[in-house]
Design a protein around this ligand. Sequence first.
Ligand code: TYM
Length: 335
Amino acid sequence: MEEVKKTLYSAVQPTNTLTIGNYAGAIRNFVRLQDEYRCFYAIANMHAITVRQNPAELRQKTLGLLATYIACGVDPDKCTLYVQSHVPAHAELAWVLNTFTYVGEMERMTQFKDKSARHADNINMGLMDYPVLMAADILLYNADVVPVGIDQRQHLEITRDIAIRFNNIYSPTFVVPEGLYTKVGAKINDLQDPSKKMSKSAENPNGTIFMDDTKDTIIRKFKRAVTDSDSEVRYDEENKPGVSNLLSIYSSFTGKTIPEAEAEFAGKGYGDFKLAVGEAVADVLEPVQKETARLLSDRKYLDDIFRKGAEDAAHVANKTLDKVYRKIGFYRCGN
Ligand code: TYM
């Protein structure tokens, strides 16, 4: 008998250029988990428009993100890769779930508060509703697990709350998903300000390593990374946040454990250490960049993956949506 795999769901927004935080916190794990689970990986363009986007760029980044997924090792023959807006059920379920979500809950979301401060001229309803759309994404596919970085934990919690609330009012409908956070890499911080997460939209680009940075740029940014005044390469988030962040990055990109990395750099100075981290990152990114560029030259190949992905995703999503519509009492014409 064929083994029934559990379902995994995750998504990335096609905004700006991806960072090594996106890679370490999410995409690297997408690859690691693709044999164990039935995987759905979306490109969250509907989430992206909660912040104003340049249309041509958004289109290009959508294709670019698919190429990056594949170049990083996500296998389109094993996983369903698709664009969120190609499956209308996302917007449809989000509307229903809105009526099971309280305004107060959304106002308390950390990311909403952060983004409202950063985009004070455009605090739109979508920005506030972002977690409900995310809940719809996840719940449509009956996902058991959702691999994401720590910054998404609060959104995962509210997804669970909404699912439980709905299940209690009607009858078990949604699978209540678990967040999956890796020990290392779930929160990569800014190289210039290690108290903040590394972000695509950081003010100081020297704090962020982008997936398309050249080797020279990568090495330069790591050389300038903020550390501390002693010289010991030791993991201690509280007292040595800069060095601890570099150790997490090194571990994510080499597969070595933190103690192995500490041992490797025992007695060596920060200069050697930073160079080694930069080289480890560049060694991973260089082939990914080449493969991304190669894939982007074959638009038909990528479009075919998107078409097939949307079809497969819609098949699963529409079943869930039908069930929800039936339970809440939406009228259906007889045959
Ligand atoms: P996005 O595009 O902001 O981030 C994509 C993934 O990268 C992770 N991440 C990080 N991990 C570690 N360190 C960092 N510095 C770092 N920065 C980003 C994020 O945690 C995320 O896993 N809302 C989601 C997209 C989404 C989604 C979903 C995810 C839409 N629908 C459904 C899961 C399930 C987001 O913020 O993506």
